[in-house]
Design a binder for this molecule. Structure first.
Ligand SMILES: NC(=O)c1ccc[n+]([C@@H]2O[C@H](COP(=O)([O-])OP(=O)(O)OC[C@H]3O[C@@H](n4cnc5c(N)ncnc54)[C@H](OP(=O)(O)O)[C@@H]3O)[C@@H](O)[C@H]2O)c1
Length: 468
């Protein structure tokens, strides 16, 4: 195991930034980084929400432990928040030289962002496809090539159940597309202590990272880059479930996808790893597409062992996702058309093929979520008042689960609803604190691979039963 150095990251709210900084500069304390806080890119919405967002932070300091802030500085501190993390020793020792070399060697901008903001006519990219709040987009576009735009360091706080499994997304970013836009992970490490603690007393966050970008505009270019969009698309829950069922359980997976080409690509990516997959065009909003997909499966295979009902839309207003607000009629009708009507019609049409399934028992999984739960809605009062259409549609799917479980009991087909948890996908707006898709896939895969003695008519997440 490589050596680590315990470091601390401290956020400070100050009565006088200049007085604090002057005294610190004259002292013996030499942090690796002292930076002015500009803003949240994605504010925390699940963990440490009050602790981090109720205060306007002025400075962020990062230093190996112990960090002894001079006594003369202390009167200027109004609030602080900190996390201690174990950083690779080599990154700590080379931090200053790497930072200096990066700052003196700035790659040219690719100007992808300019396509979104309209400097270049006729591109298909939109702010919506970037999935950034309009207010953040507007902030980024206030920088221009003529403005002074110094390097930025982004503080990333991440929380996962299984830190080891996280990495694909980060790796993919920091290599190709990130590198092209000047991204450089400066320092990162597992959190050992933190101002925000869990009920069990442990730190709320698992990983802390400091990521360098040559400027805000380089970061914006990366967000607008097609390759970055591609990486985001790749990290989808449905694909993770399909990959695991093909690779770890040996199933031939049929991927239903609205966009036939995207479905073929997804199947090809599974086949590339020597597993078995194919695709079928499927739009849950179209009866003819549903019927055609069922017919294709019948003709090509003649049976179906497992049905995973994963597709859904979440079109209610989500504050951190920038997209047009739908009128009430459109919102409710499109949400129910996809999440409930399309899902039920597909399931209904596939029953004869499921009854002919070869790997017993047959299994149907409905991917719903905590928002489907009446019990949580009563318990969590006032938490999600705006998410009526999605929540109601998923509650309806929970009821479909129970009804199909009843109907198919004599056929021995297990029918269960699952909550994947908060997952880092487009649907959740890649919200901080979300789990990577392969973790989100756990509950679905578990119910999709139940044995003869497995449960039916249950609602679970990866930790166990949930209240209906
Ligand atoms: N992400 C979370 O935190 C979370 C939490 C709880 C539950 N869930 C549930 O997990 C499931 C997967 O969500 P996700 O997070 O992976 O969301 P996502 O990235 O938005 O993926 C949703 C998928 O549904 C497909 N879809 C939407 N409308 C469709 C239609 N009319 N016909 C066919 N396919 C359609 C999309 O197809 P395209 O590729 O064509 O867009 C996409 O592949 C959903 O049921 C969601 O409700 C997610």
């Amino acid at each position: 195991m490589s050596a680590t150095v315990n470091c601390e990251i401290i956020l400070l709210s100050l009565t006088s930034v200049s007085s604090f900084s002057d005294i610190l500069a004259k002292s013996d304390v030499k942090p690796l980084t002292t930076a002015k806080v500009a803003r949240w890119i994605i504010p925390p919405t699940v963990l440490s929400v009050d602790a981090l967002t109720q205060t306007e932070w002025d400075l962020v300091l990062c230093s190996p432990l112990p960090v002894s802030i001079p006594d003369e500085c202390r009167p200027f501190i109004q609030r602080s928040w900190s996390a201690t993390f174990a950083a690779p020793a080599e990154l700590v020792s080379s931090y200053t030289s790497i930072f200096t070399s990066l700052a003196s060697n700035i790659p040219a901008r690719t100007k992808h962002m300019d396509q979104v903001t309209g400097s270049d006519e006729g591109t298909s990219l939109s702010t919506e496809s970037m999935h950034v709040p309009i207010e953040l987009r507007n902030w980024m576009t206030t920088f221009s090539d003529t403005n002074n735009h110094p390097p930025v360091i982004m503080l990333n706080l991440m929380a996962f159940k299984d830190v080891q499994k996280y990495g694909g997304y980060r790796e993919a970013l920091s290599r190709g597309v990130g590198k092209r836009h000047g991204l450089k992970p400066l320092l990162f490490g597992q959190v050992t202590k933190c101002s925000s603690i869990t009920l069990e007393g442990g730190p709320e966050w698992d990983l802390v990272g400091l990521i360098y970008y040559p400027s805000v505009l380089h970061f914006a270019d990366m967000l607008a880059d097609e390759e970055y969009q591609e990486i985001r698309r790749k990290y989808r829950l449905g694909l993770a479930v399909a990959e695991i069922l093909a690779s770890e359980h040996g199933y031939h997976v049929i991927i239903g996808s609205r966009n036939a080409e995207a479905g073929q690509q997804a199947a090809a990516s599974i086949c590339k790893e020597r597993h078995s997959a194919s695709s079928v065009q499927l739009d849950l909003n179209s009866e003819s597409s549903i019927n055609a997909a069922i017919q294709t499966i019948e003709q090509e295979f003649g049976f179906l062992d497992i049905l995973v009902n994963n597709a859904a839309v979440f079109s209610d207003v989500i504050p951190w996702i920038d997209r047009p607000t739908l009128g009430a009629y459109e919102l409710f009708s499109t949400t129910f058309a996809t999440n409930v009507v399309g899902t039920a019609v597909l399931t209904e049409g596939l029953l004869p093929l499921l009854r002919k399934g070869q790997a017993k028992p047959g299994r149907i999984v409905f991917v719903t979520g905590r928002l489907a739960s009446m019990a949580y809605a009563i318990e969590d009062k006032k938490r999600f008042p705006d998410w009526k259409a999605y929540s109601a549609s998923k509650a309806a799917v929970n009821m479909l689960t129970l009804r199909y479980a009843e109907q198919l009991e004599d056929d021995g087909i297990k029918v269960n609803a699952v909550d994947p948890g908060l997952v880092d996908t487009d649907l959740s707006g890649h919200i901080e604190g979300a789990y990577p898709p392969e973790i989100g896939a756990i509950s679905t895969v578990r119910m999709a691979t139940l044995g003869e003695d497995g449960a039916t008519a249950t609602f679970t997440d990866r930790d166990g039963p949930l209240p209906w």
